[in-house]
Write a protein that binds this ligand. Sequence first.
Ligand SMILES: Cc1cc2nc3c(=O)[nH]c(=O)nc-3n(C[C@H](O)[C@H](O)[C@H](O)COP(=O)(O)OP(=O)(O)OC[C@H]3O[C@@H](n4cnc5c(N)ncnc54)[C@H](O)[C@@H]3O)c2cc1C
Length: 423
Amino acid sequence: MHHVVIAGAGLAGVACAHELGRKGFDVHLIDRNDYHQFQPLLYQIATSQLPAEDVARPLAAIFAKLPNVRVVQDEIIGMDLAARSVTVRSGAEYVSDYLVLAAGACANFFGTPGAEQHSFPLYSVADAERLRRHVRGVLEGTAGSTDVVVVGGGPTGVETAGAFAELFKALRTMKHRGGEAEVHLVNHGKALLAPFSERSHVYAFDKLTAHGVNVKLGVGVTSVGADGVQLSDGSTLTTQTAIWAGGESASPIAHGCGPTTGRGGRLDAAADLTIEGYPGVYAIGDVANIPGPDGAPLPQLGSVAQQSGVWAAHNIEREAAGHNRKPFHYKDKGIMAMIGRGAAIAEVGAHRHQLEGPLAFAAWLGVHASLLSGAHSKVDAFMSWAWDYFDRDHAAIVECHGDPKRIVWGDDRKPTIDAAASS
Ligand SMILES: Cc1cc2nc3c(=O)[nH]c(=O)nc-3n(C[C@H](O)[C@H](O)[C@H](O)COP(=O)(O)OP(=O)(O)OC[C@H]3O[C@@H](n4cnc5c(N)ncnc54)[C@H](O)[C@@H]3O)c2cc1C
């Protein structure tokens, strides 16, 4: 049977492995973690709404019924695309008939002095846990500012700022320490949620400011220090907690593996998800620039990652059977963001029909439940937790008692989350 190596077990890699595993392919799925992490729920960990174990699921449990998918927990340190081989830190080398690159993205600090050392990116459960523990320590401490500065006004920045504002508001209501903390969002561009429509820009701005977030638009961050953030307008925001949602680039393993990287340091995939000039090599999810119907790259979204994973598996199957590969067809689910309790925005369908409030939240929930269903079995538990959050005020209870609401996926193995591990 054909041997496939998949580099990265995020939404794209897991979807691909699942599909190939079901068809009987011999698969090695390599990731530095022994668990799959669901990035869209990371800020819920950071704001204590969910425990880390509920956002990560052991890969062994996901592939328990597919013994031909062998999970390797190791760090990929080198790749030779011409030879379709991957080298891992322990020294082993995996040579394959088909190589699928699915290593995702990491923060891009754009060379901003101090950003890498002092800010908190949000790409893994380890990042989210580190941020949660840091915020807790700052709130319990006696010195320094308790304010939070979110850098970047895209969906991650907006959702994270909204969630922290909710948390501090709830703490204030309960007269708990930390309630006086403020949330600032700094965005280089003139609008929040840039890929959305003008109406959504205004909705996001109004909702965030109504939640108490101080939004600064058209201002860049020029440096980040341990006690503050310098802005391009000459002002400083005092903070010990700068959250970096200011941009991303492909996982470093995309560099130096053969092809020249394109926009965002990503690998340019062909329409059928292969990499031109490297037979048998595919690039999917956030590590790739995947052309959309108009030729422009599709956005870095969970549904693009998952669907490209399944499509790459089907193309490998076709190739292995001697048939032609097919160009990737993306079923566009729209773009959406949850801004805080009671506030969400969605633009769905080809004509980007705009939804706000509970309807938009229902759309957000549907898309995320479908993304989760590939790797987590208890989607109904997620749905009931999410409605509960959208409707009620749990944040302060969670933070004060340190007993986050649980989804409980019902796995017999709990993942071990190494806070020192990187994304
Ligand atoms: C905070 C945040 C919130 C988001 N919210 C949403 C949302 O609400 N809706 C939405 O649709 N999308 C959202 N996204 C985007 C979405 O999560 C991504 O598009 C999707 O996860 C990409 O999947 P992927 O498999 O390509 O990469 P990832 O999910 O990042 O997986 C990559 C995997 O590769 C592994 N890896 C990387 N390098 C190495 C190495 N050298 N060795 C071994 N393993 C390695 C990583 O450990 C990881 O498991 C969000 C992203 C972030 C960061």
